[in-house]
Design a protein around this ligand. Sequence first.
Ligand SMILES: [Zn+2]
Ligand SMILES: [Zn+2]
Length: 395
Amino acid sequence: MLVDDDLKARMVRWRHHFHQFPETGFNEHRTADYVASVLQLLGLEVHRGIGGTGLVASLRAGDGPGVIGLRADMDALAMAETAPDRPHASRHAGCMHGCGHDGHMAMVLGAAQLLAQRPDFDGTVRFIFQPAEEHGRGAGAMIADGLFERFPVDEIYGAHNIPGLAEGHVATRVGGIMASEDNFVIRIQGRGGHAARPHMAVDPLVVAAEIILALQTIVARSVDLGEPAVVSCTEIFSDGIRNALPSNVTIKGDTRSYSPQVQALLERRMRELCQGICSAHGAQCEVEYTHEFAPTVNWPQCVELATAAAAAVVGADQVDGDVRPMMISEDFGAFLKVVPGAFVFIGNGAVGSAGGVPLHNGAYDFNDGILPIGARYFAELVRRRLPARTAGAGT
Ligand SMILES: [Zn+2]
Ligand SMILES: [Zn+2]
């Protein structure tokens, strides 16, 4: 299924429009209007307002029962673009598509046009546009709003452009491909006192120091060496008087991992260590542990389809089916907790090339050259998973 020059030009136009008018998570009103208008022009019925600004459109061909979901994310970042001379530069000060979600939308819309124009499949495709990926809240909001009850899918697929991966290369893996992110706040309450009379006090700073070091033993001594994980303390503050021992110390930080089991282990060990150390010193402790992003864990049978579809589009020599996982997090993981599916990386350009500027950098830009690859990849998934019945089948 090839992308002609006309569709290529349309995808670039869509992408540049999104880039010029970026909107942050759950504020993607104009973005969703534009996405909806493109889908409606293709003849699809669009359902708006799912999980806030999210939307879904379905395309049916034949009477097959299979349903595939293709997902794009719509939000931009609250950061300034540092390339104002770019013809399609952001017109919203302090807001930019610094993660390439403008390109992701254009790719899925491109697939919608390819499939609507030539519906050579048997079943249903759902185009799912989610809000607020950057906050890790949009997928959950759509699911909580009944996304999969109203629009069931058998499998769901997504992609992210990756600067540093050669243009048009596709990479994925079975299992954890992107990390979970959890945040924690540890509040230690001791008993303040004069800095010169520590025996009269319970010094929460000494307790905090012990906790910070002990937290490093979770990865070093509790997690299986074959399982990647990170525990990082990133902030510490106290009551803040120089000649007094504080009563309160707060430690903040974040953890990453690739499996729900390790994620649960990190939380459990953190709580045990904090309680144990605090009680050994006569201090009180409260641990607040919040789940920001689920790990993105690819389903084996879906990775098989994803690598075959990618190979059909870019050639097997440009597909890596066992890429190293990335420690960054992705909201797509929330979908994969409830529905089988697979997430792939599409190369935005090697380091040093125009597409190699890192994500979340003010000079970053999505590489328009990979739009047709993304569109064809998504369409190919559908053709392969929901093959059209040949004439005469069943007789
Ligand atoms: Zn991002
Ligand atoms: Zn992103």
